[in-house]
Design a binder for this molecule. Structure first.
Ligand code: UDP
Length: 325
């Protein structure tokens, strides 16, 4: 099949592109390179079934041309990261809604299949753990920027389901804390990448708050397999949790990464207000109910946290060596 991957030069996107090529598809990667990295596509670039297009999902003319030749689009291009959400709300809102509208509208006219990458953030502060896909969204006030990413992604999902009712073949995958090789360790990145990099440099591991907050980290290979399995038409018109059941508190994660790297880093505790600004609210627990994904997608996350962390650590070590660190 001919497949478009938006955000294909990013962390999750580039792994997805590689898997699609392995499955024998022709793949077009669309990325504006705002956070993507061309090196992530080194393997894909060697394949003559892969094409890289520099551009934005907000460029409707470019999208129109591209999508005319495709059967499926995986829409992963997004503006994300907690820091971005707090610091650049407009960029986050516009970046996550405008492009998705374009994709859905064009996919509808071209009768394509869409897999939309959403997030477990949309469940917000819901305290009924684990989250089934039909759980309520419990978010804070619109005046608090922290909630704009979750809100924008939820609007995107509303758009997906509105188009599904009109006949568009669309599935939504909600990611739960994906981690692994190629995740950014910058201040806009996820906690696993940040802790591994700090540990390898013997710098402090900064645990926000008291580190009691719990997440279910999902190794990138499982995240990608879950995304791929949503391509089939049996998944149309529904949302799926793509996560793991490896629940761990952030302070325990810090100790685990410190042990696995043999690092001498101190573990320090930082208030949310210092990390993200005043009034920041975090989710104390975020866990997926995987019943629907397991039964409909046959999604079966198989990489243990320990295995996944070890593979990630190896990648970061190599990366830092290549960068001369
Ligand atoms: N966190 C942390 N130190 C960091 C980055 C994040 O303690 O350097 C915490 C963050 O407050 C959250 C958890 O780790 O409770 C996961 O953060 P991440 O940004 O990876 O993903 P989120 O679950 O917030 O989407």
């Amino acid at each position: 099949m001919n497949i478009l991957v938006t955000g294909g030069a990013g962390f999750i996107g580039s792994h997805l592109v590689e898997r699609l090529l392995q499955h024998g598809h022709n793949v077009w990667t669309l990325d504006d390179m705002s956070t993507g990295n061309l090196h992530f596509l080194d393997e894909a670039t060697e394949n003559n079934r892969h094409s890289m297009i520099y551009g934005s999902v907000t460029d409707k003319y470019l999208l129109k041309e591209l999508m005319e030749h495709c059967d499926v689009v995986f829409h992963l291009a997004a503006v994300l990261g907690v820091k971005n959400t707090v610091e650049n709300p407009l960029k986050v809102i516009e970046g996550n809604i405008d492009g998705t509208r374009n994709i859905l509208e064009l996919a509808y006219h071209n009768k394509m299949k869409v897999v939309f990458a959403s997030t477990s953030e949309i469940y917000g502060k819901n305290s009924q753990i684990p989250f089934g896909e039909d759980a309520d969204r419990v978010l804070g006030a619109p005046s608090i920027h922290r909630w704009c990413y979750a809100t924008a992604k939820a609007i995107d999902e509303h758009l997906c389901f509105a188009y599904a009712e009109k006949g568009l073949r669309v599935s939504v995958v909600r990611y739960f804390n994906a981690y692994g090789p190629r995740q950014t360790s910058s201040q806009y990145g996820g906690v696993v990448a940040r802790f591994i990099k700090a540990a390898l440099l013997n710098q402090p591991l900064e645990v926000y708050h008291d580190g009691s907050q719990i997440r279910c980290f999902t190794f990138i290979r499982d995240t990608v397999e879950g995304t791929l399995s949503a391509m089939g038409n049996h998944a149309n018109g529904q949302a799926f949790n793509i996560g793991s059941e490896h629940a761990i508190a952030i302070r325990d994660l810090a100790h685990k990464i410190k042990d696995l790297t043999g690092s001498s880093s101190p573990i320090v505790y930082i208030p949310y207000a210092t990390a993200y600004g005043p009034g920041y609210e975090d989710m104390p627990v975020r866990m997926p109910d995987l019943t629907r994904s397991r039964s409909i997608l046959h999604y079966d996350p198989s990489v243990s946290l320990e295995e996944g962390l070890k593979m990630s650590i190896e990648w970061f070590k190599q990366q830092m060596k290549d960068e001369g660190m």
